[in-house]
Design a protein around this ligand. Sequence first.
Ligand code: ADP
Ligand code: MG
Length: 704
Amino acid sequence: MSKNSNIDVREIFALNVFNERVMKERLPKATYKALRQTIEKGALMTGDVANVVANTMKDWAIEKGATHYTHWFQPLTGKTAEKHDAFISPTKDGGIIMEFSGNELIKGEPDASSFPSGGLRATFEARGYTAWDCTSPAFLKEDGVGNVTLVIPTAFCSYTGVALDKKTPLLRSIESVSKQALRVLRAIGNHHSQKVHATVGPEQEYFLIDKKYFDQRLDLQTCGRTLFGSPAPKGQEMEDQYFGSIKDRVSTFMKDSEVELWKMGVLSKTKHNEVAPSQFETAPIFSTANIATDHNQLVMETLQKVALRHGLVCLLHEKPYAGINGSGKHNNWSLATDDGINLLEPGHTPEQNEVFLLCLSALLTAVDKHADMLRASTAVPGNDHRLGANEAPPAIISVFMGTALTSILESLGKGKKPKASTALSLRIGVDTLPDLPKDNTDRNRTSPFAFTGNKFEFRMVPSSASISGPNVVLNTIVSESLDEIATRLEKAKDKNKEAEAIIKEAVNKHGRIIFDGNNYSEEWKKEAAKRGLPNVRNMVDALDAFVTPKAYALFAKYNVLNHEEVHSRHEIYLEQYAKTINIEAQAGISMVRKQYIPTVISYTADLAETINKLNQAEASVSVQEEILTKVSGLLEDAMEKLTKLEKATDKAQKVSDAKKKAIAYRDEVLVALTELRVEIDALEELMPADKWPVPTYAQMLLNL
Ligand code: ADP
Ligand code: MG
């Protein structure tokens, strides 16, 4: 029986988190109060308070076996970074004491020169700063061999204060949307809520593969996806994977990862088999956008680490295998007040329903005006294989509202009182505002941006990347529309009338973004084009949306990213695209030159020898000759395409302008690589299984 079967989750949950409970228990009252002020209101922290907190944190960590601490940050690689320092400090008599000062807690100075900066800092000024983010609790990370480290979530910036990471803009965008949402609440008479939080619950999809197969595939090891491979006889067509019973091996892995995550305070809740064979999903209970983002990084890291302990590898790539479902993250997003009101939930009071409709209007407006930025926020190389590939959402952004809400919004747009809904409905005091369906169970799995009853689910988000980017954009674009709504309401004499006008206007101006039908259909592509909705199919083009005057102005207005920060990010992401495709090309070239072609050559030699022998024996050679002809033909074509890929890669490597380089990789290198796959996959189908040099799709997908 597995060691985990007797676990009481209550005993291990947040065992390794320096959370509210620990702080209250261990910190002197005055220090605790001061720290709360900093966490809730951003009040400046005195050196004394920092010293006491640091010392308490250190004692707590050491009691639990920690020897080191690390400032944990999220550079623009989208991964997390950590540099470990032991708590030790020398004493005069040649010994050591365990020390951790307020300064060490608050600020770190990692060498930043090896992280992407998009030309933000000259290399001689490579100093970066990490600054403690006390709104995400510090925690202990245990590795598989028993090392324990105190992890301090931090923001990462240059010495001039320019953001070099994914956390800084996220924190800024959270503050911005919080402020604007509170203004709207105040304007319509809510004086009890003190704060609004963006809430996020990310569902994480991933694949598992037996490590023995992974180790034999250079493409998986270097790119995270298979560059070659003909389909397995059985994919997902039987629809028997989704929610299917979980195999013991996978279940043991899942439980082990959950235990690790629970200890670090991650509210890991749901797990199930996904659509494709060997594909799974895990989701936590939602939390604030900042903590959800930190926790999602931990989820990705933990899945990968724990998988190895089970002889498995966790693939986070958006499209590890061609022809079957890819992986994404469903980013569930809402706004909630500190006193427990979900602003996207139709409520019990007229006031709540008014807020709900106003927030819905804000969302519609924001998503329509800035669909291009939302799309850009999901751009990673892997997502190009997924968006619009008849499984994931398309690259066209639209909003699903469900029949009941859509019909209510349509009526409001016409200035009419909507018909009472047949669904369970709520009264709303204001005359012209409607009864709202409380439980909008209507579901549409094909929509990229779906209202799911009390939150929006953004489904374009890539599985491998940080969820920071999409949430930064969401928070910022919604800030703008809430800002506009608040300004109108603050000025209006009759607030209810103004609210009605705002909702009506949003529906009429931005209703084109609503689409409740099948987003995978060809008709929708045509209809979307008619409505003027953008359909951007690749990362390089999508990224343009970040460097428009509109985007620069928006990010600057809400203090999320300044011009320099936006510009550098654009540059970095283009570079990342080019580097990714370059690695794919190198891996592809190597596999074809060193594995596939030699294998095929020796097979053709064997065949020729057989044919000679058969000829001598005067036996029939027709089958052998037919195969030899086919295989040789494919080999020749493969060789020709390989040369083309090598040339294209050489050429792209020499381009220096970031945009032009990315385009060369997209239009020439990636195209050549994709074309080369055709012959290799055809050869795989013709060759004897025992001669094929790498594991097949069937082996990788059906052998967990
Ligand atoms: P689905 O049917 O889409 O899988 P779930 O009930 O599993 O829906 O929820 C998906 C995610 O949405 C979970 O992480 C959940 O905690 C999160 N979620 C629920 N309510 C909210 C909210 N108000 N804000 C943000 N996320 C939420
Ligand atoms: Mg979902």
